[in-house]
Design a protein. Structure first.
Length: 645
């Protein structure tokens, strides 16, 4: 494998067993010898995952391989394809960086050739440390051989005493005013001979505008000075040519420097984009799989609780397990919100009622040391959002505010309507309902505020925060086409504002509730014949048990193809319940083909995060995983209600 590696390899896929007993020193040497632009991605197929707790050997492989992703076997093909695509995109960006580096190297060689042709010496002076970096030509201009030491003190020492003060004053003026540094002075070589040196330079500032170094060129003007007395006209012509050439070279030089700065910015943006993409891929995939596991756990626990009504201890244990599973479901929602992959149920939301209904929960969460105040504007329009996700976001903001006030304080929850008249980078023009949570806590400095919404960043003590709360709210705001704004001053508290677009729908919540209640009563009065489709046997078994416990007749299918055969050959069904993410034929494709066989068939799609394909004209109700038996019954009622309208 090592002998086949070269700079044009996209990525390497290797099993852990191959590396476990092999001599990895040749591979380690190859990895260590990569050029600066190269960080070859490795994908390691393992049976024990990539974490050090389950697979200690993974830590050693991570240290040796560097840019490595672990895929635990067995795995879905989609998982392998996703990781491979990420590795390929990473490598393609590295190839682009290689091209840019080669172009910069060509520019540097051109510049050095031009400097050599003009007998000009280049130099840089770091202002903070007074570190002087010079070319060999520059050293020779000041009478020093190429291999000798020549620092800033050595430069000052060779300048003629009568010109030394003028030179230092010119340096100070350039640093102060930013004007071009242009000076000619005499230098005394180690052999005692007198020479004239002409210097031109410009000031270089960092992104904050702070002067960091001077960059320039030097030329030996001794011959020109000696000839000036005899051939003034010729000397003036030469001086003009040298000045023009120097200006051209300075312009070119100001241009390895502009490109270098641009490259640094591009590399930083690339690293940030790769980090966010990798974390998004990881969290989205993990949360989706975890949702499926929680689905089976919660469903079976609910059914088990119905059979152990007389056993108090067993009931208490089941209740504790259910609470833990629901907390896990809450965590997956945060992960999916950060990855922007959770399945939102966007509907008109009465924000005033939402906040009022959460009074007890928010008071308990804030604690007795916190004063919870509310400034709620009456007559607000309905907001376009997911009520469950907005409740979770509000609870997170209140908990964050509470944690920022260890000695007590005041949390103010506000609701108002606002308008954006002109579009901004964060918000489109229009009307918004603004949910604000302000505290009187410790606040954040500017640097901390910049990183506040970064995933896994937390100012809380180790073990007391996941660093996903604000990331989740930020992801939710983007999905709702709104925004999250944070304002904070160290020692003066923090204000978080969640801007949510005003709903354009006029649907009444009471009318929807009445329709669902009517359909629920109708569905409970009769037994439904339901086709349940899920490729995961564990999920399918749990869902079938919940449906049968509700009194329905259920037929199970484990693939889209099998479901279509059952629809075509068996007795009619009242409802199709299907998972979305299935190999071969996903739930959306199954729904389309099922409607071709049975027009107007009520369909319910269960999904962890997947969005239905664009352009799909089927009206299908979606049920977010993990779901309880009550939620399943409620969504069935909604499906039947919509199918009868």
């Amino acid at each position: 494998m090592v002998s086949a590696l070269d700079d044009d390899v996209a990525f390497v896929v290797v099993t852990e067993e191959t590396l476990r007993s092999a001599d990895l020193r040749p591979l380690s040497r190859w990895i260590g010898a990569q050029d600066a632009w190269s960080d070859l991605p490795f994908i390691v197929l393992t049976h024990r995952g990539g974490g050090p707790e389950r697979n200690p050997a993974a830590l050693r492989l991570s240290e040796i391989l560097g840019n490595v992703s672990f895929i635990e076997r067995p795995f879905h093909a989609t998982t392998f394809i996703s990781v491979s695509r990420t590795a390929l995109r990473n490598r393609l960006r590295q190839f682009d960086a290689r091209s840019q580096i080669e172009a910069l190297a060509d520019s540097e060689r051109w510049l050095q050739t031009a400097l050599s042709a003009g007998r000009l010496g280049s130099w840089e002076l770091e202002l903070a440390s007074k570190t002087l970096i010079t070319s060999d030509t520059c050293k020779s201009i000041f009478g020093h051989p190429p291999d000798s030491r020549f620092d800033y003190n050595d430069l000052i020492a060779v300048i003629h005493p009568d010109d030394r003060g003028r030179m230092q004053a010119a340096v100070r003026d350039t640093i102060k005013d930013g004007k071009e540094y242009s000076i000619e002075y005499r230098v005394v070589w180690p052999d005692g001979s007198l020479h004239w040196v002409e210097i031109k330079a410009q000031l270089y500032r960092d992104r904050r505008g702070v002067a960091v170094k001077m960059v320039g060129v030097s030329a030996d003007n001794t011959e020109r000075r000696e000839a000036s007395e005899k051939q003034r006209l010729l000397n003036e012509t030469l001086e003009m040519r040298v000045a023009e050439r120097t200006a051209e070279l300075l312009q070119a030089h100001n241009k390895v420097m502009a490109e270098v700065e641009h490259r640094q910015k591009a590399e930083e943006q690339l690293r940030q984009a790769l980090k966010m993409e990798a974390i998004g891929q990881l969290t989205g995939g993990v949360a989706h799989d975890f949702n499926n596991l929680l689905m089976a756990v919660m469903g079976n626990l609910e059914l088990l609780a119905k059979h152990l009504t007389g056993d108090e201890k067993a009931t208490r244990l089941i209740d504790g397990a259910l609470k833990g599973a629901k907390r896990g479901a809450s965590l997956t929602q945060r992960l999916l919100a950060f990855a922007r992959r959770q399945d939102l149920q966007v509907k008109p939301v009465d924000m005033l009622r939402l906040v009022e209904d959460m009074d007890d929960l928010l008071n308990r969460s804030a604690g007795s040391d916190i004063v919870l105040e509310r400034v709620l504007a009456p007559g607000l329009p309905l907001a376009s959002g997911d009520a469950n996700q907005i409740e979770l976001a509000l609870l997170n903001l209140v908990v964050n505010a509470r944690d920022a006030m260890r000695d007590g304080g005041t949390i103010t929850i506000s609701l108002r309507e606002d308008e954006v008249k002109r579009p901004t980078p964060e918000l489109a023009a229009g009307h918004y309902v603004v949910l604000s949570v302000a505290d009187t806590g410790t606040g954040m400095d500017a640097e901390t505020l910049k990183k506040a919404i970064d995933p896994f960043f937390s100012t809380k003590e180790l073990g007391k925060g996941t660093g996903l709360g604000l990331s989740m709210i930020h992801g939710l705001a983007l999905q709702l086409k709104g925004a999250l704004f944070l304002q904070s001053t160290l020692g003066q508290g923090t204000t978080a504002e969640l801007w949510i677009p005003v709903s354009e729908e006029e649907t009444s919540g009471q009318q929807q509730a009445l329709q669902v209640a009517t359909a629920s009563t109708q569905s409970q009065d009769r037994q439904l014949r339901i086709l349940m489709v899920d490729d995961d046997a564990l999920i399918a078994m749990s869902s079938v048990d919940m449906l049968e416990d509700l009194g329905h007749e259920v037929v199970e299918a484990n693939s889209g193809r099998q479901a279509l055969e059952i629809l075509a050959n068996q007795a009619p069904f009242d409802l199709l319940v299907t998972d979305f993410s299935m190999p071969g034929m996903n739930g959306a494709e199954l729904s389309r083909k099922a409607r071709e066989l049975v027009p107007n068939l009520p369909i319910l799609i269960a999904t962890g995060y997947a969005d239905l394909p664009e352009g799909m004209e089927l009206e299908i109700t979606r049920l977010g995983k993990p779901y309880s038996q009550d939620q399943l019954a409620s969504e069935i009622s909604k499906v039947l209600a919509s199918s009868t309208r």
